[in-house]
Design a protein around this ligand. Structure first.
Ligand code: ARG
Length: 458
């Protein structure tokens, strides 16, 4: 008979049993479920709701279940519906009738909420560790390549040169905000729902504070209806992780582009690439491609849960069981992606020979030439036009700005002097951008030190 079978006279239809069961995916909440139950059982004893002997029996039984779960010895059954009923049944098999006292003053509605809060706190902590590792890898490559200049782009057209370190550190700051979002979401995950019962609280003189303290929650829900039906903290997590995946996806795109023969700026380590079954020459950037591809499923989980919650009346509804798979899959997608990316970034090789020739025929120093005229008193709009014409001339001659004769410059504007060739050097173009947050080497060094101190303050 089901644990709730008292008011039923017929067996559950097999399809219904399968359709409503969640054990296939909530089995992974076993640890949290048992830990939550241990805290509840202890509290029941402390409050005299069960005897201290009974409380002790429950705690010992649950602890032995935890040990067996960790060594893979527990077997869950689909006819026990979910993880909560499975654990209770197993406890009954182990310690007999006293197991039936565990559920005093509690409902599966507040129990499942507790389990998910415990899961969320742990998963957020793991995600922060993962993001930090990737940040370290970015800092490592930035430090290693402080003197490498790459073309910077807007509209994917060559714009102005930047330090590769500057480009990599841009991702560091995106990830820094990601950590902030995760830490913020953690505050709402860190709330204890138990004691809400099914929806209205409980008649037993329980101590919610005791459970809160034992499970190390910094707050508890002040409203029982809210406690059992709130999934906002999961939405916040899905939103923060969607943004992280989006960042990884942008980085993926750059790694894929940069490792192509057309760019050729980097080479990914063999250990992080795969080959082709047909084309012997291929070394494919599968990892960034897959991360880019998997971003969509995380966005999907966010949209799915928002939709589950939309229009849902208070308090618990079975719809809420749909909160789990998407959240689990999100972390199953994100955590390995972060780990792989840390490895990928740490082991990437910069092909400095290819990066340096990137500038031989480009015009990414054109702004500096216009700025040069402007500092000599030529209005910037006029300077812009003069340089635009020089660019056209250089293109026609098959050269770049540094390749034009000085006489061409003299004809274009009397404000040009011989020192323009210094201004045009790519290193000078980069060095000139010493503004805080700019790509000049001093500014990037300042930024790098700041990034390093952020990491060491953790
Ligand atoms: N498996 C359920 C869930 O994940 C647990 C709560 C069930 N509560 C209920 N009254 N049926 O939401």
């Amino acid at each position: 008979m089901k644990l709730w079978g008292g008011r039923f006279t017929e067996d559950t239809n097999a399809l219904v049993e399968n359709y409503t069961a969640s054990i296939s995916f909530d089995a992974r909440l076993a640890e949290m479920d048992i830990q939550g139950s241990i805290a509840h059982a202890r509290m029941l004893g402390q409050c005299g709701i069960v005897t201290s002997e009974e409380s002790q029996q429950l705690v010992v039984g649950l602890s032995s279940l935890l040990t067996d779960y960790r060594t893979g010895k527990l077997e869950f059954r689909v006819d026990d519906e979910d993880i909560h009923m499975n654990i209770e049944r197993l406890l009954h098999e182990r310690i007999g009738a006293v197991a039936g006292k565990l559920h005093t003053g509690r409902s599966r509605n507040d129990q499942v909420a507790l389990d998910m809060h415990l899961y969320a706190k742990e998963a957020i902590a793991q995600a922060i560790i993962g993001v930090r590792r990737l940040q370290k890898a970015l800092v490592h490559q930035a430090e290693k390549n402080m003197d490498v200049i790459i073309p910077g782009y807007t509209h994917l057209q060559r714009a102005q040169p930047v330090l590769l370190a500057h480009h990599l550190l841009a991702y560091f700051w995106m990830l820094e905000r990601d950590v902030g979002r995760l830490q913020d979401a953690e505050k709402r995950a860190d709330m204890m729902p138990l004691g809400a019962g099914a929806l209205a609280g409980t008649t037993f003189p329980i101590s919610r504070e005791a459970v809160q303290e034992e499970l190390d929650f910094s707050q508890l829900y002040e409203n029982s209806l809210d406690a059992v039906s709130d999934r906002d903290y999961l939405l916040e997590i899905l939103s923060a992780t969607s943004v992280i995946m989006m960042h990884l996806s942008r980085l993926s795109e750059e790694l894929v582009l940069w490792s192509s023969e057309e760019f050729g700026w980097i080479e990914l380590a063999d250990a992080y690439c795969t080959g082709s079954s047909m084309m012997p020459q291929k070394k494919n950037p599968d990892v960034p491609e897959l991360v880019r591809g998997k971003t969509g499923r995380v966005y999907g989980h966010l949209m799915a849960l928002l939709t589950v919650l939309k229009g849902l009346p208070l308090a618990y509804n079975k719809d809420l069981q749909e909160d789990k798979e998407g959240v689990f899959d999100t972390f199953d997608t994100l955590l390995p992606a972060l780990e792989l990316f840390a490895g990928l970034v740490n082991t990437v090789k910069v092909r400095t020979d290819r990066v340096s020739v990137a500038f031989s025929h480009d015009f990414s120093n054109a702004t500096d030439l216009a700025d040069y005229l402007a500092t000599k008193g030529v209005p910037f709009r006029e300077a812009h036009e003069v340089v635009g014409k020089l660019v056209l001339m250089a293109i026609a001659q098959g050269t770049n700005l540094a390749g034009l004769e000085f006489s061409v410059y003299q004809q274009a504007s009397p404000a040009f002097a011989k020192d323009i060739y210094d201004v045009l050097s790519i290193a000078q173009v980069v060095a000139a951008r010493g503004v805080r947050g700019g790509t000049g080497p001093q500014a990037v060094k300042y930024q790098l030190d700041l990034a390093i101190s952020r990491l060491s303050n953790q």
